[in-house]
Design a protein around this ligand. Sequence first.
Ligand SMILES: [Zn+2]
Length: 178
Amino acid sequence: MDQIEETLDKGIIEMEPRHKVQAILTRCGDGRINEATFKFMQEEAGMAEYDLGATPPGGAWVFSNDAPKEAKEVYFNDQSTYDGLHEPEEWVLTVHEDCGKLKGVYGFDPSTEDGKKKQEEVFDKVTSEAYRFIADKGYTPKVYRYNETRLNPKTQKMDFEIVDITEKVKRIVEVGEE
Ligand SMILES: [Zn+2]
């Protein structure tokens, strides 16, 4: 163990009593979903306490098979630091509609019917791969999806509703393993 690691370890151990949280959250950094995220996590998901792990473009995409392997491990290792600090058991993975990262990587336009279909395929693929990656690391994954609902006349931006798609994604993973 080198000196930096030793110091880090010590820092964690000395931070008693431990402050526990329920989950780590990985979401896209897109500013449009900030407000919806905080509101949903506290009021609907019942997670008053969670660690905001990281906000890589594409959110859950960073743990999918198409993310660079190195980036995947870097993000995971960085975010799982919270494990030593706050012992979360769940890991929340999210994707959102009209995500520039996903549109860029997979080349679809959700404003068309074909693009919408492609978006669904991409969501299924990305979330199931990220689910498997996080489950293999020993966490209980939860998967949420942000749906664009309506144009907010005040802000002239789309409002989002967040839907729990954990069971759906879990089934995709299970079918893939059969
Ligand atoms: Zn995005």
